[in-house]
Design a protein around this ligand. Structure first.
Ligand code: ADP
Ligand code: GLC
Length: 505
C-alpha cells in the first residue's frame, strides 16, 4: 500500500449519531472502510443535544476551544467517541447552535435561520481542532454546502498555518439542489476576506452561496454517482452550478456510494423479525406478515406490497405518485407501505390515504429506522419515482433484501439497477423514464404482471437482485485515489485554481 493518509471528514450528519438521509449513511460507513485500508481517518460532527452520550460512549475530550468567527470569538467544547470502535469521532459541543430538536429544522420543518452560522462554525471548529490535537491531515473531506467553506478556509485563512498549511481538500456533493444560499450578511461571520465574495467564488445573485465557494476552492470535487456527475454538468441538472463544475474539468468526478452491508443485510439484520438469504426466503414471508400487521394492511401473503421510504421533498417524485396512487389501488391487486416525513402537503396527503383505503395503503408519517428496515425486508417491490437522484441508497439496500426496485431512470438509480428483460428474465428491477403519473402507473402495472404471470422470471429477478454487491471496498479505494489527486493538485501550485485553468487549455 502507498503511504497511509491522514484524513479528516467533516459533516453535519453521521450514522448512527445523527442522520436525516443518505449522507449520514455515507459518512457513517466510508471512514470504516478507509480505516480498514490502513489510513488514519477521523470524523468531526456537531454534538447535537439529541445524541445519547451513554449509548454512544461519548466522553469529554477538550474542555475549552476558542474559535474565531469573523470578529466574534466563540468558545466550545469537544467530545469524542469511536465509530465501529475504530474510527475516532470528535463532536463539537456548542449549546447555542446544536441544542435543538433537529439537525436542520424544527419539528414543523422550518429551517433554522442561523444554519449558515451553525455550519460555518462547525467547519472552522474542525480546523481549529486539528491544531489543538496536533493532527495534521493530508486531506480534509467536506460534505455538501454545510462544510463547503473548508476548502476556502484552508487556502485563505490557514495557508501559512504550521498544521494545515499544506492540507488538501475534497468536497463531495451529495445533492446539488442544496447550496446554502443565504443573505450576504452571513458571509462576515465566516471571516473570509471580502475579495472572495465575487461571482466566481461565494457570491450568487447578491447572496452568499456556500457550495459555490466550495466548488471553486476544493482541490477535487466529486459527487455520488457517475451519471449524476454528468447530469450536474448540464443546465437542467446543475441548479446553476453547471458552469462552475464544467470549469473544474477533470477535477470533478463521480464515485458511486457503497452500502454498509453490516447494517443492511437480511441475513444478519437485527432489526427485522426473521433473517433470510437467497437460498432460503422463508424469513422474508415472516417479515411481510409483520409489516402488513404493523401498518394495518390486510394479511394477504399473495398480494404484493410496494414499499416507499423517503424524505417527503420535491426531489423524490412523490407528487407524481400522488397523481396515480389511488387509481393503482383501485385497479390493481397491490398494497403500499409508506414511511416518510417532510413537506406538509405530502404528509397530509399520504398520511390520510390509510383511512380512505383501509387495509390497502399503510403510511407512517415520521422518521423510524426500525420500520425502514422492516419495509426493506417485508415488501416485494421498492418504489423510487425520483425526479433526480444523486445516488440513492434505498434501491441498493432493497436489492439485497430481494425487494425489487421500481425506479425512474435517473442519476444513481439508473446506474445501480438493471432493467428487467421480458425475453430473458434478466435484470434487477423495473425502470421508467417520464416523470409523470401515467409512467408510474404503467411501470407498476408491468411489475405486477411479472409478479403474477411470469413467476419464474420474478424468482430470477429476486435472485439477481440479492446477488448485487455495492460494497464500500471498491468505492473507498476510489476515494483514496481522489484524495491522492487532491493532494497532487494542492502541491502543484498551492492553488489548484491555477491547475484547473491549466487543464482547461
Ligand atoms: P436521501 O439521502 O436523498 O434521503 P438515500 O436513498 O440516499 O436518499 O438515503 C436515504 C436514507 O435515509 C436511507 O437510509 C433511508 O432508509 C433513510 N430514511 C429516509 N427517510 C426515512 C424515514 N422517514 N425514516 C427512517 N429512515 C429514513
Ligand atoms: C443525498 C442524495 C442521495 C444520496 C445521498 C448520499 O441525500 O439525495 O441520492 O444517496 O445524498 O450520498
Amino acid at each position: 500500500m502507498a503511504k497511509p493518509l491522514n484524513i479528516l471528514i467533516v459533516s453535519s450528519e453521521c450514522t448512527p449519531f445523527a442522520k436525516t438521509g443518505g449522507m449520514g449513511d455515507v459518512v457513517g460507513s466510508l471512514p470504516v472502510f478507509l480505516k480498514k485500508l490502513g489510513h488514519d481517518v477521523r470524523i468531526v460532527i456537531p454534538k447535537y443535544s439529541f445524541i445519547n452520550d451513554k449509548k454512544h460512549w461519548i466522553k469529554p475530550a477538550l474542555k475549552k476551544m476558542n474559535v474565531q468567527m469573523g470578529n466574534v470569538l466563540e468558545q466550545c467544547s469537544v467530545f469524542s467517541t469511536a465509530l465501529n470502535e475504530i474510527v475516532p469521532v470528535y463532536l463539537i459541543e456548542y449549546h447555542e447552535f446544536y441544542d435543538r430538536a433537529g439537525i436542520y429544522h424544527d419539528s414543523e420543518f422550518n429551517d433554522y435561520d442561523d444554519n449558515p452560522k451553525r455550519f460555518a462554525f462547525l467547519s472552522k471548529a474542525a480546523l481549529q481542532l486539528c491544531s489543538e490535537i496536533k493532527f495534521i491531515p493530508d486531506v480534509i473531506h467536506a460534505n455538501d454546502w454545510h462544510t463547503a467553506v473548508i476548502p476556502a478556509y484552508l487556502k485563505k485563512l490557514f495557508k501559512n498555518d504550521p498544521v494545515l498549511g499544506k492540507t488538501a481538500s475534497v468536497l463531495t456533493i451529495h445533492n446539488i439542489a442544496y447550496q446554502g444560499r443565504y443573505s450576504k450578511y452571513y458571509y462576515n461571520y465566516t471571516g473570509l476576506p471580502k475579495e472572495d465574495f465575487t461571482s466566481e467564488k461565494f457570491e450568487c445573485f447578491g447572496a452568499v452561496n456556500f457550495l459555490k465557494g466550495g466548488i471553486h476552492y476544493a482541490d477535487m470535487v466529486n459527487t455520488v454517482s457517475h451519471g449524476y456527475a454528468t447530469e450536474t454538468r448540464t443546465l437542467a441538472g446543475g441548479y446553476g452550478m453547471d458552469y462552475f463544475l464544467n470549469i473544474k474539468g477533470a477535477n470533478y468526478i463521480g464515485i458511486l456510494n457503497g452500502a454498509d452491508y453490516s447494517v443492511w443485510d437480511p441475513a444478519t439484520d437485527k432489526l427485522i423479525p426473521a433473517n433470510y438469504s437467497p437460498i432460503d426466503l422463508k424469513g422474508k414471508h415472516i417479515c411481510k406478515k409483520a409489516l402488513q400487521k404493523q401498518l394495518g394492511l390486510r394479511q394477504l401473503a399473495r398480494t404484493p406490497v410496494i414499499g416507499i421510504i423517503s424524505r417527503f421533498v420535491e426531489q423524490k417524485g412523490l407528487y407524481i405518485l400522488s397523481e396515480c396512487i389511488e387509481n393503482i389501488i383501485h385497479n390493481m391487486n397491490v398494497q403500499f407501505a409508506i414511511l416518510g416525513a417532510g413537506d406538509r402537503q405530502l404528509e397530509t396527503y399520504f398520511g390520510s390515504l390509510p383511512q380512505q383505503h383501509a387495509g390497502k395503503i399503510g403510511c407512517h408519517v415520521g422518521y423510524d429506522n426500525e420500520l425502514a428496515h422492516l419495509i426493506e425486508a417485508g415488501s416485494d417491490f421498492f418504489l423510487m419515482p425520483s425526479l433526480y437522484e444523486p445516488c440513492g441508497l434505498n434501491q441498493i439496500y432493497s436489492m439485497k433484501y430481494g425487494t425489487i426496485p421500481i425506479i425512474r431512470a435517473t442519476g444513481g438509480l439508473d446506474e445501480t439497477v438493471e432493467n428487467y428483460n421480458h425475453d430473458t428474465g434478466e435484470g434487477t428491477g423495473f425502470k421508467f423514464q417520464d416523470p409523470d403519473g401515467k409512467a408510474v402507473y404503467n411501470i407498476i402495472e408491468l411489475s405486477l404482471h411479472t409478479y403474477f404471470k411470469m413467476k419464474p422470471h420474478f424468482k430470477k429477478l429476486i435472485q439477481n437482485a440479492m446477488k448485487q454487491c455495492f460494497s464500500w471496498e471498491d468505492s473507498a479505494a476510489e476515494y483514496v485515489r481522489l484524495y491522492m489527486r487532491a493532494i497532487e493538485n494542492r502541491s502543484y501550485t498551492g492553488d489548484s485554481t491555477l491547475l484547473q485553468q491549466h487543464l482547461q487549455i
